[in-house]
Design a protein around this ligand. Structure first.
Ligand code: ADP
Ligand code: MG
Length: 395
């Protein structure tokens, strides 16, 4: 039996190609900010050997020198993850270990999801979107997809589509559509979970993608809360769909469809921490609803993985979990990046995030390839129509 922690990247890749796999859980600790260092410059988080996270107890005497402090480790908490990234790990290292290896699968017709979880200010947006001189996972992924496709475009025809939405207050909006109407999530018998009316734009070049994502980000609902000035209270979901077929094949071509979802979740801190009032309070409750539902689904998926039997997974409890139904426990390779702050004042949030991430390690998913052709879709819809006809005539 394999140990809890997979030893190498190759282990993950081989495990992931076999069908069943555990979700990959990584933790990323950010550095202390200047503001935080001025208040207390002793980080509570330490990372050992790219795997282990140590969380020190802030009630201990932090005024003693770090070496001495580190000797008194009775009250620290330890966790092990597939990968733990220290403050010194840059965007490239995080990309290489958490996302790059998924692209091969997406180009081969598998689905994959990478989501950043954590309290406001812990580094989710930095990880997913990044900054001008240090782009995050979203951009790096597109660059890789384009370069891979360029290399293969001699034999195959490719289409790369991009959509970008946010869930705010349990309302879904299209970040690529200036009108920002409310959208509904539906389940299509043939296509799975879809967002009706969501723009899918043809991604033609990295530059085009960058400007689309930038414009989308400007539309994101970010509002001031006392927890963090730049806090974003919405979940942002970027989806990349790659479809391709053999150039030489005719109308009955097998089309491989792979979907990669990159998700920047809203802050996981409790509403009570942000002294919210009025609309902010309702919003906090809704953010908790989606994240609570995500937690409940994670718990249920863990149970299902342990028992191996049928366990009810409450996907329908929130917009986020409905959307992620085929991306969380189902036909999908899933990576969770739990972002944490090393600041003394963030101890409770960091502790909660580590506990959450630790639980998520047990989830298993089973993946299969998405091969579609037009005939298949027509046959499926025809049978559904016939079934409905029969039901109607029986009335
Ligand atoms: P979140 O999206 O989780 O609320 P952010 O990504 O906005 O948090 O990060 C909060 C602050 O910390 C930002 O100023 C960001 O630039 C900085 N930051 C986050 N992660 C890192 C990192 N790994 N390295 C350097 N700065 C970081
Ligand atoms: Mg953010």
């Amino acid at each position: 039996k394999k140990s809890e922690i997979l030893e190498t990247e190759d282990d993950h890749i081989s495990q992931m190609q076999q069908g069943a796999s555990k979700i990959l859980v990584a933790v990323r600790a950010r550095p202390l900010t200047k503001k935080e260092s001025a208040i207390n410059d002793k980080p509570l988080v330490h990372v050992l050997e790219d795997k282990v996270v140590i969380l020190l107890d802030p009630s201990e005497d932090l005024s003693v020198p770090e070496e001495i402090f580190r000797q008194n480790r009775s009250r620290e908490k330890q966790y092990a993850f597939d990968y733990s990234f220290s403050k010194d790990c840059n965007q490239d290292m995080v990309y290489e270990k958490t996302t790059k290896f998924l692209i091969e699968g997406v180009l081969n017709g598998f689905n994959a999801t990478v989501f950043a979880y954590g309290a406001t200010g812990a580094g989710k947006t930095y990880t997913m979107i990044g900054e001008f001189d240090s782009p995050g996972l979203m951009l790096k992924t597109f660059l890789e997809v384009f370069s891979r496709i360029e290399a293969l475009s001699g034999q195959r025809d490719y289409i790369v589509k991009l959509s970008y939405l946010e869930i705010y207050n349990e309302i879904v909006r299209d970040l690529l559509n200036p009108s920002m109407e409310t959208l509904e999530i539906r389940e299509d018998p043939a296509k799975g979970v879809i967002v009706a009316g969501l723009n899918e734009i043809l991604a033609t070049s990295p530059e085009h993608v960058i400007s689309s994502i930038r414009n989308g980000n400007r539309r994101r609902t970010s509002e001031y809360t006392e927890a963090n000035e730049t806090s974003s209270r919405s979940h942002a979901v970027l989806q990349i769909v790659v479809e391709h077929k053999d150039k030489a094949s005719g109308v009955n071509a097998e089309i491989l469809v792979g979907k990669l979802s990159l998700i920047d979740l809203a802050g996981s801190e409790r509403a009570s921490n942000t002294k919210n009032r009025g609309i902010r309070l309702i919003e906090g409750a809704n953010i908790n609803r989606s994240l609570l539902a995500l937690g409940n689904c994670i718990n249920a998926l863990c149970e299902a993985s342990e028992k191996g039997g049928k366990v009810y997974i409450p996907y329908r409890d929130s917009k986020l979990t409905r959307l992620l139904k085929d991306s969380l426990g189902g036909n999908c390779r899933t990576v969770m990046i739990a972002c944490i702050s090393p600041f003394v004042g963030a101890f409770e949030d960091t502790h909660n995030t580590l506990t959450y991430a630790n639980r998520a390690k047990n989830i298993k998913t089973t993946v299969h390839r998405n091969v579609v052709n037009v005939q298949f879709h027509i046959a499926k819809y025809t049978s559904i129509i016939n079934q409905l006809r029969n039901e109607v005539s029986e009335l």
